[in-house]
Design a protein around this ligand. Structure first.
Ligand SMILES: [Zn+2]
Length: 91
């Protein structure tokens, strides 16, 4: 049993012509090769380049800012209270 080098059909060993595609079978004929399907390559998702600030760093920074803001307002409130104590309105 051999295979047609052109179409891959199974042929008897003594076949001179392919009964499927009609091509002449010679010794120099190229060997039938299974069609090579391009291998599906999974797209490579590259990790984004490391940024200077990671997400958690940003969250921490935001919290820090909030904290700063919070203390800012506390300081203002305390300062206002001290001022109100030192200089009561309407005495
Ligand atoms: Zn053939």
């Amino acid at each position: 049993m051999k295979y047609c080098p052109y179409c891959g059909a199974q042929l008897p060993d003594n076949a001179t012509f392919c009964s499927t595609c009609g091509n002449r079978l010679g010794a120099a004929a190229p060997q039938y090769q299974q069609p090579q399907y391009p291998q599906y390559q999974q797209p490579q998702y590259q990790q984004p380049a490391p940024q200077k600030m990671s997400y958690m760093d940003k969250v921490r920074a935001a919290r820090k800012n909030q904290k700063v803001k919070w203390w800012h307002w506390v300081l203002i409130a305390v300062g206002t209270g001290i001022l109100m104590t030192l200089f009561p309105i309407g005495g």
